[in-house]
Design a protein around this ligand. Sequence first.
Ligand code: CP
Length: 318
Amino acid sequence: TQNDASVSQSQAGQGVKHFLHIDDYDNKTIMNILERAAEVKAKLKSGDRSFKPFAGKTMAMIFTKPSMRTRVSFETGFHLLGGHAIYLGPDDIQLGKREETRDIARVLSGYNDVIMARLFAHKDLIDLAKFGSVPVINGLTDYNHPCQIMADALTIIEHKGYIDNIKVVYVGDGNNVVHSWLRFAAVVPIHFVCACPRGFEPDPTTVEQARAKGAKIDIVNDPMEAVKGADVIYSDVWASMGQKEEAALRMQRFQGFQVNEKMMEQAGPQVLFMHCLPAERGVEVTDGVIEAPNSIVFPQAENRMHAQNAVMLHVLGA
Ligand code: CP
């Protein structure tokens, strides 16, 4: 199942560190990675390009889905830190179809120092980590999106000055982004609320496991009530790739879940708006909300690169 996802650090072959799920790591490690992200970001933003920890290293990037942010942020980040990233799209590689994932894992491990994978099937990610001999970084699966939440956390810290005990209210579908927020809440003490239509709740096992680790989580169906006092309102598209055939049905079911000016006002003046992008303006969020001064979606998108740089430094021991 998606939840036997734990090729945890202890199970990883030859002591290889992967980045598959946030709660494979403890609070100290996650906060250290975020601190490192801020340090390396400051260096890059100052124009200092002398830090080249990935010099002589290569990264294979596997994409079974189209992507702008994930591809450009990983490729640019690895390049800026001295390495060379190789893009492998659906025409280059077909996990589990033309070639078995366990074979691909071993072949790519022979050429590269690290593998980044953005996949449809979470089980393929687990197989890459199981059978490869180099670190595997999860660039998104149908189950979770941990690099996105690392970027989100970095952005929240930059704008609020802290992250502990903040209230994040996600409004929309209980999807892969939500699963990573749930796992983040199992490690970092935040209050995470998922306000979704009935039938679109996140995976109950993930909720249960996060709560068992002490996460403060509420799964609710009334977004206007949920957002009261929120530090962050977070949204995502209502129908992802692979769900387009049910998009019309989803449009009906998600009525009342649009993040609009009224919802932001209900939250209070402290609230920030976040979205992992791409956004469908006028659907899950209004143009006015995304363009408002308390929208931090573009710093959030930029931080994909900075957070991932620190994740890569961590798994490569650099
Ligand atoms: N947020 C995100 O993963 O964006 P892309 O689909 O553009 O990679």
